[in-house]
Design a protein around this ligand. Structure first.
Ligand SMILES: [Zn+2]
Length: 221
């Protein structure tokens, strides 16, 4: 009701401004507070999203539910969250569809962090990503990237408590034996948790990051 009320008023307010020919009829400062659109309330999530959010709660993941977004060109984001705390800080995370966020959180906690401890002998303290939501086509193709649906994340660097930075770019081929094994182990573990996992072996565009998504095409390369 509130939204309809304000929307209904808007043309009248505009009309009043336009139709007036007196020198001092406009009072934008006074009118503005009433013209502000009502705050966007996230749509009630469908059952799948509700279950996914409940899973995040069970996992004690901190997150914020994001409203539906449609940027055009197929870039529609529904059932998305922003991860606030999954136990390890991750830079660059914005909008993620809930199942992606859930799988990512589980991968970091149960795949990457234990592997760092066991294989590299140090705690995982931070992950650097190249981001999640980005309304763009797949490089070199006209098809919309899963990033355009907030359904993908790009992972570039793993930082350890002893100060080491194990990057996909520097470590995949040129890291120490342990670092190379660690990167291959966490990549394989990503293949089990995400629909698609692409890394440096896939093509040159992925030389510096793991692309992980929950799209429709199972692929691990
Ligand atoms: Zn990507």
């Amino acid at each position: 009701m509130g939204r309809i009320g304000v929307a209904g008023l808007l043309p009248l307010v505009l009309l009043a401004c336009v139709s007036s020919d007196r020198p001092e009829p406009r009072r934008p400062a006074a009118a503005r507070p009433n013209r502000r659109p009502p705050p966007r309330v996230p749509e009630p999530p469908p059952a799948e999203t509700r279950q996914c959010l409940a899973d995040l709660d069970t996992d004690r993941v901190e997150y914020r539910v994001l409203p539906r977004q449609d940027l055009g060109g197929g870039c529609v984001v529904v059932g998305a969250v922003q991860l606030l705390d999954i136990g390890v800080p991750v830079s660059g995370l914005t909008s993620m569809r809930c199942p992606l966020a859930r799988n990512f959180s589980n991968w970091v906690r149960y795949g990457v962090a234990p592997a760092a401890k066991q294989m590299l002998g140090s705690e995982l303290t931070r992950i650097e990503s190249y981001g999640t939501f980005n309304c763009r086509p797949i490089a070199g193709s006209g098809r919309l990237s899963e990033h355009g649906r907030a359904n993908a994340v790009d992972i570039a660097v793993f930082v350890l408590a002893d100060g080491r930075r194990v990057s996909v770019l520097g470590g995949w081929n040129d890291g120490s034996n342990e670092e190379r094994r660690f990167l291959r182990t966490v990549f394989k573990s990503a293949c089990r948790r995400f629909t698609t996992a692409l890394g440096p072996e896939y093509n040159a565009a992925h030389a510096n990051h793991f692309h992980l998504d929950m799209g429709g095409r199972p692929l691990c390369r």
